[in-house]
Design a protein around this ligand. Structure first.
Ligand SMILES: [Mg+2]
Length: 327
């Protein structure tokens, strides 16, 4: 156990961690590891890949914010969440600077289906190639919201929230593993134990195919002691959901601070903003708000709006259960 941090600090650290990790990666999205080895990210940087000013976050953060906002104001309402996602795609809500400059193909296709009236839990594609990291990158609020629930409830919630964009069981299992790991990090469990315990609980829950077999796609994350010893060249910062979870957990295990973890993630190259966002979530919860550099937070687009939303969410999620109206 890692004492000394409040639950509030961990939740805020995780939420800010998504935005900071995303913004660190945006200027170098799609850059190769070789290029980043020569010119590594060490701080927030402006322009680059998407030609955005310093501190600009992308779809990873936007969709996380839509989820926070919806949970806060509507609870587990998938219609409301779907409407929020579609409004973001139309640049009506939660863009950093009034426009959408980055959206994954699977996600965009799902949002067009939502806009046409497809039920939210059927909107995501469920074919095998549609296993990008696009639901994993936005699942942190769900992990926080369901952290006090039974394992089965948290897993099934992760599956449903994933399904709005990513309905293949591999993506759903990745989101569920992430949520189970976050639950433990929130409780102060060390990273390696959190991973091993989450895997054990997921294995016990998934009795039958397809979920039990899809779980095995993630078998490199356990035991965590083995994942930690994988070489850098064995870790990929790609857009594939399995790579993204492996890489983020590897960065968490092989760092001693928030900034070390997220910079390591971004400098893996390729899908830098998303690997940064997922690692930022995990490291923010592991190390708490105080460990997320204040100048990185203050330089983010719409800092004050993020601050207000995150504080409202944390106040709601740490309130006594009896005060919560959750569906
Ligand atoms: Mg992005």
């Amino acid at each position: 156990m890692i004492p000394g941090l409040t639950r509030q600090s961990r939740i805020l650290g995780g939420l800010w961690g998504v935005a900071v990790g995303d913004a660190l990666g945006v200027p170098v999205e799609f850059c190769s590891r070789e290029n980043l080895d020569r010119n590594p990210i060490t701080d927030l940087r402006g322009y680059g890949t998407h030609n955005q000013p310093l501190g600009t976050w992308s779809d990873d953060t936007s969709l996380t914010l839509c989820t926070v906002d919806t949970l806060l104001h509507a609870g587990e309402d998938y219609q409301a969440l779907g409407r929020s996602f579609v409004r973001w795609l139309d640049a009506e809500v939660w863009t950093p600077r009034g426009r959408v400059f980055d959206v994954g193909n699977t996600t965009a296709a799902a949002f067009r289906r939502l806009a046409r009236g497809v039920p939210p839990l059927e909107a995501g594609r469920d074919d095998e190639p549609s296993n990008g990291n696009g639901s994993l990158m936005r699942i942190l609020p769900v992990a926080i919201w369901f952290a006090g629930r039974r394992t089965a409830d948290a897993i099934e919630a992760a599956h449903r929230f994933s399904a709005l964009t990513h309905r293949h069981p591999r993506s759903q299992v990745g989101c569920a593993l992430f949520c189970l790991i976050v639950q433990r990090l929130l409780a102060g469990v060390d990273a390696a134990s959190a991973i091993d315990e989450a895997w054990r609980d997921a294995s016990a829950h998934y009795g039958a195919a397809p979920f039990s077999s899809e779980l095995l796609a993630y078998s490199r994350i356990v035991p965590a002691a083995n994942l930690k010893t994988l070489k850098l060249r064995e870790i990929r910062g790609s857009g594939y959901v399995v790579d993204a979870l492996e890489a983020s957990l590897w960065c968490l295990l092989n760092s001693k601070s928030f900034d070390e973890a997220v910079l390591r993630a971004v400098n893996l190259g390729d899908d830098t903003d998303t690997t940064g966002a997922i690692t930022g979530a995990l490291a923010g919860i592991r190390y708490g708000l105080q460990a997320v550099p204040a100048d990185w937070r203050s330089n983010l687009a719409r800092h004050d709006d993020l601050d207000a939303l995150f504080n409202a969410f944390v106040a709601r999620t740490i309130a006594p259960i009896s005060l919560l109206k959750r569906e």
